[in-house]
Design a protein around this ligand. Sequence first.
Ligand SMILES: Nc1ncnc2c1ncn2[C@@H]1O[C@H](COP(=O)(O)OP(=O)(O)OP(=O)(O)O)[C@@H](O)[C@H]1O
Length: 267
Amino acid sequence: MIVVKVGGSAGIDYDAVCADIAARWKNGERLILVHGGSGETNRVAEALGHPPRFVTSPSGYTSRFTDRQTLEIFEMVYCGKMNKGIVERLQRLGVNAVGLSGLDGRIFEGRHKDSVRAVENGKVKVLRGDHTGTVEKVNTGLIDLLLAGGYLPVLTPPASSYDGVAINVDGDRAAAALAVALKADALLLLSNVPGLLRAYPDESSLIREIPAADVENYLEFAQDRMKKKVLGAAEAVQGGVRRVIFGDARHGQPVSAALGGQGTVVS
Ligand SMILES: Nc1ncnc2c1ncn2[C@@H]1O[C@H](COP(=O)(O)OP(=O)(O)OP(=O)(O)O)[C@@H](O)[C@H]1O
């Protein structure tokens, strides 16, 4: 089983990702696709007059402050436009894909964090009314049913809180939790960069290999949102996934290239 997470940043070629996945699926490979949607969510939020607000925690992690209206815009884009766009592509390629959020069947479950500590103008503030959390539990029952029926699951945040409230969760870490729960052979984190760069944005500074035991030491190279990917990779390898690859989803055959060792391989 391979878990592929494709991001939602500008420049990602979803046609290329879906064509590659469809070919491999038809060849008998078992795959699950998880996707993001941050770039489009930012655009739609601006257009709807509720611009995105990103906050940085005292430990340096950036996240989207998700009030109720932001959560609804997030769902429109992630579960609507992005998810159905990917499912449509796969259906046109002859793959019977089913798109679900983590809320459906409580596939992704975690604690609802209603407040977040954020550094603003050098001061730490507590912001309330946040609808965020982290995936702590993956309920694989529905996924097992879909796979047994020959359907390719296409999953996206949000997740469900233990009380059934929709929460915005990081897609990379959700995909990592899924890969652990399914005992996947590999987790691919595909985005609009060649992999983890030692000197971002210099693409020639690609880090090709990271020993699994060392992955947390590479957090220092990741800025802002890339940190969550490195953290997700650490969680996946610590949970028993043998290979995590940060790969490029901008062109070519992104899944096959990553599985062939291009990008940053954590093993
Ligand atoms: N050292 C680094 N190497 C590579 N990319 C980095 C690095 N530091 C920061 N980045 C940034 O991290 C981004 C990838 O993370 P991001 O969460 O935006 O991607 P995504 O997975 O495509 O999005 P989504 O949240 O929609 O799933 C890159 O586009 C790049 O700008």
